[in-house]
Design a protein around this ligand. Structure first.
Ligand SMILES: Cc1cc2nc3c(=O)[nH]c(=O)nc-3n(C[C@H](O)[C@H](O)[C@H](O)COP(=O)(O)OP(=O)(O)OC[C@H]3O[C@@H](n4cnc5c(N)ncnc54)[C@H](O)[C@@H]3O)c2cc1C
Length: 138
């Protein structure tokens, strides 16, 4: 988007916004929309949204969304070495701001909803990492 150099716009991995360089396609496409509108003289502003990334590392599912280990956040962790499950959530003032899943990543949509909406999970912090099935059953 608009850079400090007159007439030069930047998107994707060559654009640093608020000190952050995004390494994913989705934010680059969102930046492209803002750049196009700005070039046409519109009032568009880029507002980063929580993004999710899913990878397979050595055959193991790895998924993350939102802010990972951000400052002034607390974290809750579920780790079961027997089943190869690792789930971690970062909370700020009781609200979900970031998540990592390793192993079983089937619940990624549930955690993405929590992070995208910055849901208040303070009242269910003892159960939230068990995922969607447990929330529905509880
Ligand atoms: C192995 C790997 C897997 C990934 N998997 C995912 C994924 O699953 N999901 C996801 O969202 N993102 C993924 N990414 C990240 C994603 O590919 C990048 O965030 C995205 O491609 C960045 O887009 P970009 O247009 O900023 O840069 P690029 O896609 O790198 O495009 C830059 C272009 O500029 C060209 N270029 C460079 N220098 C010059 C020059 N001097 N003159 C002219 N042209 C030049 C390059 O050849 C290139 O075509 C992955 C990246 C890697 C490396």
């Amino acid at each position: 988007m608009r850079t400090s150099a007159a007439g030069i716009f930047a998107i994707g991995e060559c654009a640093e916004h608020d000190g952050v360089v995004c390494g994913l396609v989705a934010p680059a496409l969102a930046m492209a929309e803002v750049a196009a509108e700005a070039i046409l003289g519109g009032p568009a502003r880029y507002a980063p949204k929580p993004t999710a990334a899913a990878l397979k590392v050595a055959g193991i599912g790895v998924w993350s969304a939102g802010a990972i280990a951000p400052p002034q956040a607390e974290t809750i962790l579920l780790r079961d070495d027997g089943s190869g499950t690792y789930r971690r959530l970062w909370l700020r003032h009781g609200r979900a701001v970031g998540a990592v899943l390793v192993g079983d990543t089937a619940d990624a949509p549930f955690f993405l909803d929590l992070v995208a909406a910055e849901c208040d999970v303070a009242h269910r912090r003892h159960t939230v990492l068990f995922g969607s099935a447990f929330q529905e059953a509880a």
